[in-house]
Design a protein around this ligand. Structure first.
Ligand SMILES: [Zn+2]
Length: 441
């Protein structure tokens, strides 16, 4: 049927049907649009190849491929399944079959189209595959299984792994490094933040993969918001240009990713580099190793939380508890870590909470150099890593902690990476790379 006739037929059907409500009409029009789209898409693909394909074409191997006729294939697209035919060749030398049209348009017969994959992956990065596939069908009228959404999300995550591999290489390029180091400082105050969160994975083959695994999470960001004026003040640090990265890797391996992503953010060129994190040893070891000149700050909330623990253990009377907490917290706020330790030591000498106080005193002593909060605030530095805390929540907790579900480790890894890319505004870059995939041999 000719296109114009087809449109006319569809329109007549819509206008002549017995439709009772606006909602029903909207639904019907949407269904018609999908059918129409399928029709146009199929026609367009066929039009891209002339009716008389050449008998022989050059093969990448250097040999010649011979025309064997038109072959049918199916595309899984945003508009549903589209069947099409294209010229098929086989090379006499390497015996590879090839469809030039597929290569030219980046078609993947039998597989998800790049557009469908992108939208499925985006949904899968945001919510569980089961809920996501339901929502997807509601929105697009295209039915996809949770498994397809899982596959698409992982494909995007795997693409992100490839991007990171390229970043790792770029970060090891001596000349590029030197150039970034030598370039004049650009006036930026760049923040880095590191943290970790637990994700439940099940044993796939190796028993050591079982159980709760640490998903290490990092973020780079800038902010122009002044630091809060009081512990009780508004802590919205208004992070800008946030990019996240994550992996289940050991600290050393994760350090490479920290370095590579830092290189992408031109960390060496930043006028000021500031790291925020809790007191975990691996965090500060990595910062010291890769960015020794950076300012190291223990996140205010983590530090203050230790005082809360001591106050609760030491005082039964709420007034005394509150008084001790406020006193020690204001000392910490002013960066008087020695006096904070002293306050803990006084509790150690008392009847209750000695153990909590002893642990807190050790904690403050070990991290004193990273708790000079008065100085940081005077310099205008943020002292609370709200961004990375929420990054952990956004990456690890909201998506990866599915009640009653356990992940296979690689699935979790790739989904988390896809999600990190999405939250970092890297989705477009990622999906553009999926449009023309190299032919698999
Ligand atoms: Zn060949």
């Amino acid at each position: 049927m000719e296109f114009g006739q087809y449109v006319l037929k569809v329109t007549r059907e819509l206008l002549g049907g017995q439709v009772k409500s606006l909602s029903e009409m909207e639904r019907r029009i949407r269904e018609a649009l999908v059918r129409l789209g399928q029709f146009v898409l199929g026609a367009w693909v066929m039009l891209q190849e002339g009716p008389y394909p050449p008998q022989r074409i050059a093969c990448p191997c250097g040999g010649e491929a011979e025309y064997l006729g038109k072959r049918e294939a199916v595309l899984l697209t945003l508009l549903g399944r589209v069947t099409y035919k294209r010229a098929y060749y086989v090379c006499a030398q390497c015996h590879q079959g090839v469809c030039p049209l597929d290569e030219r348009l980046g078609l993947r017969p039998g597989e998800l189209s790049a557009e469908l994959e992108s939208l499925l992956g985006m949904t899968g990065a945001l919510m569980t595959f089961a809920k996501g596939s339901e929502l997807f069908e509601q929105l697009t009228l295209t039915r996809v299984s949770p498994q397809s959404m899982d596959k698409a999300t992982q494909a995007l995550g795997a693409e992100m792994v490839q991007v990171e591999r390229e970043w790792l290489q770029a970060g090891e390029d001596g000349l590029a490094l030197e150039a970034q180091e030598r370039a004049p400082k650009d006036g930026r105050r760049l923040y880095g933040a590191l943290d970790a969160t637990k994700v439940h994975t099940h044993a796939h083959q190796e028993a050591e993969d079982e159980g709760w695994r640490d998903l290490k999470v990092g973020a780079w960001f800038e902010t122009h918001a002044p630091p809060p004026e009081a512990p009780q003040a508004d802590w919205d640090i208004q992070a800008e240009k946030v990019t996240y990265f994550c992996d289940f890797a050991e600290a050393k391996q994760f350090g490479k990713l920290l370095w590579a992503t830092g290189f992408q953010r031109r960390a060496l060129q930043a006028s000021e580099l500031i790291f925020l994190g809790d007191a975990a040893e691996w965090i500060w070891n990595l910062v010291q190793e890769h960015f020794p000149h950076a300012v190291q700050i223990v996140d205010w909330f983590h530090a203050a939380e230790h005082l809360t623990g001591v106050a609760k253990a030491a005082f039964q009377d709420p007034t005394a508890q509150q008084a001790w907490l406020e006193h020690s917290r204001s000392l910490l706020w002013e960066g008087q870590v020695e006096q904070v330790i002293q306050a803990c030591q006084e509790v150690m000498a008392g009847p209750r909470g000695q153990e909590e106080a002893r642990q807190a005193a050790t904690y403050f002593a070990n991290n004193a150099s990273r708790m000079d909060y008065a100085t940081y605030r005077r310099k205008g530095y943020q002292i609370g890593s709200g961004t990375i805390e929420s990054a952990c929540k956004q990456l690890g907790v909201q998506r990866m902690k599915v009640p009653g579900a356990t992940w296979n480790l690689e699935g979790a890894r790739l989904t988390a990476k896809a999600r990190a890319a999405l939250l970092s505004n890297q989705w477009e870059m990622l999906t553009a790379r999926r449009e023309y995939l190299p032919r698999v041999a």
